[in-house]
Design a protein around this ligand. Sequence first.
Ligand SMILES: *[C@@H]1O[C@H](CO)[C@@H](O)[C@H](O)[C@H]1NC(C)=O
Ligand SMILES: *[C@@H]1O[C@H](CO)[C@@H](O)[C@H](O)[C@H]1NC(C)=O
Ligand SMILES: *[C@@H]1O[C@H](CO)[C@@H](O)[C@H](O)[C@H]1NC(C)=O
Ligand SMILES: *[C@@H]1O[C@H](CO)[C@@H](O)[C@H](O)[C@H]1NC(C)=O
Ligand SMILES: *[C@@H]1O[C@H](CO)[C@@H](O)[C@H](O)[C@H]1NC(C)=O
Ligand SMILES: *[C@@H]1O[C@H](CO)[C@@H](O)[C@H](O)[C@H]1NC(C)=O
Ligand SMILES: *[C@@H]1O[C@H](CO)[C@@H](O)[C@H](O)[C@H]1NC(C)=O
Ligand SMILES: *[C@@H]1O[C@H](CO)[C@@H](O)[C@H](O)[C@H]1NC(C)=O
Ligand SMILES: *[C@@H]1O[C@H](CO)[C@@H](O)[C@H](O)[C@H]1NC(C)=O
Ligand SMILES: *[C@@H]1O[C@H](CO)[C@@H](O)[C@H](O)[C@H]1NC(C)=O
Ligand SMILES: *[C@@H]1O[C@H](CO)[C@@H](O)[C@H](O)[C@H]1NC(C)=O
Ligand SMILES: *[C@@H]1O[C@H](CO)[C@@H](O)[C@H](O)[C@H]1NC(C)=O
Length: 411
Amino acid sequence: MAVDIMYTIHFYVLFVLLTVRCSSSFIGNGENYRRNLSLELNPGLNSSLTPLPPGVGLLHVRALGKNDTLHYLLCSQGAPALLLVHTNSTSSKVKVDWPAFLVQNTTGSLKLTPESSVLYSNALVFTRLWEYDDVNDTAVPEHLPPSSFFQPYELQNFTWDDLNKTLDPMAYTALLCGRGASESFSNGSLCLKFSAFDVEGRDQGWPSLLHNANSSQLRVVLDGVVPRSNRSRFSLELQVVGSTQAMSRVDVLQSIDDEYTPSIFKVSQWVSSPVNSTSPVLGYAQWKPVAYRRPSPLFEDATPCRHSTPVPVAQLPPSGLVLAYFGGEHQTTGLNMTFSITGDPFYNTTNYLSWTVLVGLGSPPVDSFSPLVLVIMAVGLGTPMLIILLGGVCVCVRKNKPQPQVYEPIN
Ligand SMILES: *[C@@H]1O[C@H](CO)[C@@H](O)[C@H](O)[C@H]1NC(C)=O
Ligand SMILES: *[C@@H]1O[C@H](CO)[C@@H](O)[C@H](O)[C@H]1NC(C)=O
Ligand SMILES: *[C@@H]1O[C@H](CO)[C@@H](O)[C@H](O)[C@H]1NC(C)=O
Ligand SMILES: *[C@@H]1O[C@H](CO)[C@@H](O)[C@H](O)[C@H]1NC(C)=O
Ligand SMILES: *[C@@H]1O[C@H](CO)[C@@H](O)[C@H](O)[C@H]1NC(C)=O
Ligand SMILES: *[C@@H]1O[C@H](CO)[C@@H](O)[C@H](O)[C@H]1NC(C)=O
Ligand SMILES: *[C@@H]1O[C@H](CO)[C@@H](O)[C@H](O)[C@H]1NC(C)=O
Ligand SMILES: *[C@@H]1O[C@H](CO)[C@@H](O)[C@H](O)[C@H]1NC(C)=O
Ligand SMILES: *[C@@H]1O[C@H](CO)[C@@H](O)[C@H](O)[C@H]1NC(C)=O
Ligand SMILES: *[C@@H]1O[C@H](CO)[C@@H](O)[C@H](O)[C@H]1NC(C)=O
Ligand SMILES: *[C@@H]1O[C@H](CO)[C@@H](O)[C@H](O)[C@H]1NC(C)=O
Ligand SMILES: *[C@@H]1O[C@H](CO)[C@@H](O)[C@H](O)[C@H]1NC(C)=O
């Protein structure tokens, strides 16, 4: 009996371990794909021939794969923008005609060569920061009269810091901080923390988005800005320019696991894919609908955020990078990301907001159950099974026990 129970428990433990092992490899899903990353600032610039105006910088990250290359370009000329270009060549290069690039009126002053190797390009541009006086605490700027809005901060008119000072070529990160001309920014800034990734992983700080070798991340931080009213809330206007398919819809997916982003059971992805959703997604911007009100947030510092429906935009956004790269066919769509909901504290309580977005190629990464959750599930499902098994074992043991002979056999 004791031996039987030991065996049963032994099998049960094996079963749990196997479940975890199987699902871990399932989570891996061949995503341990690695790219070789290299960073360079202002590719091809001879600054003695073409001096850069202050605040203009162009960061190029080359993410080399086995038979393709991803190029990320982060630029602070005009509205800050991140351009992603996928080529089917391992030797594609960025070519910048710097004098023309700096004039900002010549398409083709930045290109990827050979041009025939380009499979996909897409740029995410941060165009405006809206501030509104939420007197009735509704947090729905779409329903407010124009008089509730302050003059928006045009990010194209910000002064941006030198990227050279914040570049970390070993961690593949850079910090781009800018300030508006107004008093409000005298002690404040809007910063974009860029991270490129060579392999699958997850950021330490919330919202701990899952990333892979085909993605990079931007964390937007609005720190120390003096709000123009006590009940100010903010929205960030984003625009996306693509050469092929417009990023025309935002899918919101549900999850039942919030282990990596406490209390957030949703992930939103703004995808570029043909109308009929059976076709694969070409590229995306993905975020969790949450912003944080402190740099090292606690649970209560989370504030939900909400996006407006993407709308087509007639003009190219005012980014030097976009104007230099996108000629010919292109599509632009835009949306507003609104931080906070009714009842949440206003910006003046912490004077801080951070929100994170992942930009990438192909299908967005999907959060799967963590090993911890799987163990809990295995235990939850396994325990009743164990009890049933044990019950069965006991019955069998009882049945097989030689019954005491009551009657003597009759000869
Ligand atoms: C930059 O241009 C100057 C003037 O033509 C030339 O002397 C110098 O070698 C160039 N520097 C680089 C790094 O190409
Ligand atoms: C990345 O670089 C390492 C060493 O420099 C090399 O062994 C590896 O083959 C490279 N991988 C790719 C995909 O180019
Ligand atoms: C690269 O190679 C993989 C298989 O190794 C293949 O599935 C993929 O289509 C190739 N990509 C390109 C752009 O040729
Ligand atoms: C771009 O601007 C420069 C200087 O402002 C001007 O000389 C040039 O003709 C312009 N090019 C185009 C294509 O508009
Ligand atoms: C890359 O893609 C272009 C356009 O789709 C195609 O013409 C070219 O043959 C491809 N090259 C390779 C090496 O796959
Ligand atoms: C706030 O609520 C009051 C009373 O309901 C209403 O009269 C006013 O128009 C509202 N203000 C805004 C900006 O919505
Ligand atoms: C921003 O810059 C543009 C172009 O330089 C200018 O037309 C516009 O008036 C500026 N906006 C603000 C709010 O300063
Ligand atoms: C960046 O700064 C370093 C030293 O601070 C300097 O040596 C380097 O030339 C700079 N790079 C560029 C592209 O400005
Ligand atoms: C900025 O900070 C300085 C020093 O902390 C302070 O004296 C000044 O009043 C602040 N400015 C604003 C607009 O808050
Ligand atoms: C922020 O604004 C609210 C609403 O007007 C006010 O009650 C509160 O005192 C302000 N907080 C700070 C820190 O200024
Ligand atoms: C998408 O599917 C609908 C029916 O499901 C069809 O009528 C429509 O033509 C399709 N659109 C495209 C672009 O294929
Ligand atoms: C963002 O919100 C502002 C203010 O409501 C509005 O004027 C603007 O058109 C919106 N932008 C987009 C792309 O929806």
